[in-house]
Structure formats: C-alpha cells, structure tokens
Design a protein around this ligand. Structure first.
Ligand code: DLL
Length: 433
C-alpha cells in the first residue's frame, strides 16, 4: 500500500495546489521586494511591482535570478531576513567563481527536512527502517538533508557520511540497514565491493536506495538494483533551494514529483528565456515560495529536463520532472555537436560495461578530440588484443549512432579508473586549461 508523509498535501487536487502556490507567491514577492534590495532593484529594472503579481499566472513578469546574481550578491546580499534569524548555512562549489552560500532559518530547515521525509516515505521508508546516510556531511547538503528527513520519519538513522567503504559494508550488514542514501556512483562502487567481499544481492539487507546529486542513467539504475537487490529511487535538489528533496521518486519510478507546495517549476528556453509549454525540454527554473532566509525567485538551475503533469499510480498529484540530462554547463560542445556525458553512459551500460569511465576532451590542430576511457568488467577482462579491438570497434559504432560524431575508445583494465565517494568527476576538458 502506498504511504505518504503528508497525504493531504501530496495528493491535493491540482487546482488546490495552484491556489496555494498563488497565495504564497503573492506574499513571497511582497516580502522579497521589501527585504531584499538586490531583488527589488531587478524588479524595478523590469518595471514590475508586487501589485502586478496576483497569481502563478503572473510569474513570467518577474526577473530571473542566476548563478551570476548569487556571485554578485555574495555572501549576504540576497538574505531575506536579518542574519540573526538564520541558524545554518550550506555551501556548494559550483563550476566557476565563488562558492554559493545558502542560509537557513529554523523554519527553512524544518520544511527542507519534511521534503526529505516525503522522499524516504515514498521509497517505502517507515519508523521500522534503518537508514544509512552515506552522503557527505558538512557544507554539502546531502548528509544533513537526508539525516533530518530520516529522523522525521522515525527511522533508526546511521549518519555515517561518505567514504570508508569497509565500514559502510560492516554497518549495512551488522545493523541490517534497509535504506541507503548516497550518490549513484558511490552506490555502484559499494555494489562492486560487496561482490568482491563475496556478498550476493540476497545476502544484503538493503531494500531501497535514495540516490541523487548527479545525473545517472536508467541503465545504471537497473545495474544497481540488480547488484544490491534493491529498488533505487532518484532524488533531486540543489543547495540554492535547500538541498535534496526538491523532487523525489515514488513507487512508479518514472520521474520525480516536485514538492509543489514549496517550489513552483517552469521550463524555459535557455537562450531566449521564453517559458515553454509543458512537456518541452528546456532549462528548469524554480521559485521557492516558503523559504525565508534565502528566497529564490525564478532561479535558473541550468538543469535540462522536462515536466509532465498526469495521474500517477502512487496517487500523488505533484508535477513530475524527468531525470535531468545534466546541466547545460555540463554539456560538451565537441566539433560543434552537443554531447551530454549521460548519453555516453547509456551506450556503455547498454553494452554491458559498468559506469566506470572517463571522458577526455582536448583540442589538437584546432580540432576537438573526444576520448573515452572505459573499464572492462572483471568478467570481460582479457589480454586477447583481437577481442579488445572488436569490443572497441563496437563501442565506436554505437557512440557514433548516439552522438553523430567519432569518439576514440580505449578499454582499460578493471579498477584502473578512480572511484568517487561523492559526485563523480567524469569529464576532463583540457581545452579550458
Ligand atoms: O546535489 C543536493 C542533493 C544532495 C541532491 C543529495 C540529491 C541528493 P548541489 O551540490 O548544490 O546540491 O548540486 C545541485 O546537482 O543542479 C543538478 O545539476 C545536480 N543534481 C542533483 N540531483 C540530481 C539528480 C545537491 N537526481 C546540482 N539527477 C543540480 C541529476 C542532479 N542531477
């Protein structure tokens, strides 16, 4: 039977949600206009006042916030309350420039933990579960967010943080952990280590995993599910909006429900900034209508995905976002062609490889080169050169079919590519150095 953490809101009719969002939006815009001079100036430049915002339908009138705004206003220029009302910060490195520093009031922390609790319950979690939180603790939001959510659900919480894989395995086995929270790349590494230690899926007490913080493919989900003997659920979020739990997967496992009572989602064309109709692929933009300390209005995430509203078998009415293909700033442009690392991963997993690979982009004689180093699995490892060449050829052909460009593939021995305990670093772009 489907369980909910907050059934009334999670299954509210769409019109009711829209009404709630509209009421909250009107108040939030007024509050931000009055308390955040940086955003008020942006509104003035666009010629909008709080009186112009009467419902969600007026959202398009408001100015966007981008990473550049966060940098310009660093560290406290976007605070929506006096600093003395804040109880915590978290921070993320971002790809360029200054770190993002996000502030939280106690109210913000409570709502965030509720969102994470919804994710854990949607993955089947109850107070009888043992939840091992193997996301990093500290400035990163993964550990703190899922830890708080797990407490709210009443699980026995194991705040182990990332790393020390032997200890992870020992606690999972000795404490009979049933839910594992970590990045998908770390989950894949754990499954590899379990296998080496001689544990098959039937020996591992885990039943569910809550994996996010980086793009991962459907094929990788199937691998992790099979190797650990669990259901693997996706979870999405970003520091600017609180952390994990902005959206989460349910038993249907086909997209993540956005916590729409707190976040209004839009999809825009990243170049023209035009709002696109539901179902279009584009950049995800969020307006946080409840956040006090760090109120984000029309924040451009750079994540590329699609939104769909429909009837979900779980009964939730929250709109769903598809797995993000990656950030628009992760997208590589190689010889003029757009390449997402997730497309490369799909080809590899479809060919029986694990997600242990590294993408190296370089430029020689004014031409871009795209090399992918791929680990063979222990089962396929061989020193027969002919066999390796055949495998490489097959991958080159499949990559060409997927991407439309020639990729150089080098198959390497098992365990020669460094594993990650947090977000995996898969791309080395030497062109920027
Ligand atoms: O990664 C928050 C988080 C922690 C989410 C734990 C899920 C689990 P940041 O470090 O600020 O926050 O990075 C946010 O990570 O804009 C996406 O590009 C990417 N991302 C997060 N979740 C997913 C996901 C945390 N499920 C950035 N799929 C976001 C794909 C994801 N990308």
């Amino acid at each position: 039977m489907e369980q909910y953490f907050q059934k009334e809101i999670e299954t509210a009719p769409a019109e009711e949600l829209k009404k709630l969002q509209s009421e909250k939006l009107v108040k939030q815009v007024k509050r931000v206009y009055e308390n955040v001079p940086y955003y008020r100036k942006k509104m003035e430049e666009k010629g909008v006042t709080p009186d112009d915002i009467k419902s969600v339908d007026d959202l398009y009138k408001l100015p966007f916030l981008s990473k550049k705004d966060l940098r310009d206003a660093y560290p406290t220029g976007l605070l929506g309350v006096p600093q003395s009302e804040c109880v915590r910060i978290h921070s993320t490195s971002g790809t360029t420039g200054k770190r993002v520093v996000a502030f939280y009031t106690q109210h913000d922390v409570d709502l965030w933990e509720d969102c994470c609790a919804r994710a854990i319950v949607a993955a089947g979690g109850t107070k009888d579960d043992v939840c091992q939180v193997a996301y990093g603790f500290g400035l990163f939001t993964g550990g703190a967010g899922l830890n708080g959510g797990s407490h709210k659900v009443g699980c026995l919480t194991v705040p182990i943080s990332s790393g020390n894989t032997d200890r992870q395995i020992m606690f999972i086995q000795d404490l009979k952990a049933t839910i594992l929270c970590c990045t998908p790349s770390y989950a894949a590494y754990l499954s590899e280590r379990f296998k080496e230690e001689g544990y098959g899926p039937e020996d591992i007490p885990l039943k569910a995993g809550i994996f996010g913080a980086e793009a991962w493919s459907e094929e990788m989900r199937q691998d992790i599910e099979k190797n650990l003997g669990i259901k693997a659920y996706d979870i999405y979020g970003l520091t600017e909006l609180s952390g994990p739990g902005v959206a989460f997967e349910c038993s249907a496992q086909d997209g993540m429900h956005i916590n729409e009572d707190h976040f209004i989602a839009e999809i825009i064309d990243p170049d023209t900034e035009e709002v696109l109709p539901e179902g279009s692929q584009g950049e995800l933009v969020f307006t946080a209508v409840d956040k006090e300390a760090f109120p984000m209005i029309r924040y451009r995430t750079r994540d590329i995905c699609k939104l769909t509203r429909g009837k979900c078998s779980c009964g939730r009415t929250f709109i769903k976002m598809a797995k993000p293909m990656g950030r628009s700033d992760d997208m590589l442009i190689v010889r003029g062609v757009n390449v997402f690392p997730s497309q490369i991963e799909t080809v590899l997993l479809n060919n029986g490889y694990a997600a242990n690979y590294q993408i190296i982009v370089d430029r020689e004689n004014n031409t871009d080169s795209l090399d992918v180093n791929v680990e063979m699995t222990p089962e396929m490892f061989t020193d027969n050169v002919g066999e390796i060449e055949e495998r490489q050829k097959k991958l080159v052909a499949d990559m060409h079919a997927m991407l439309g460009i020639k990729v150089k593939i080098s198959l390497v021995a098992p365990k020669t590519i460094e594993r990650s305990e947090g977000k995996a670093v898969r791309v080395i772009d030497k062109r920027k150095i």
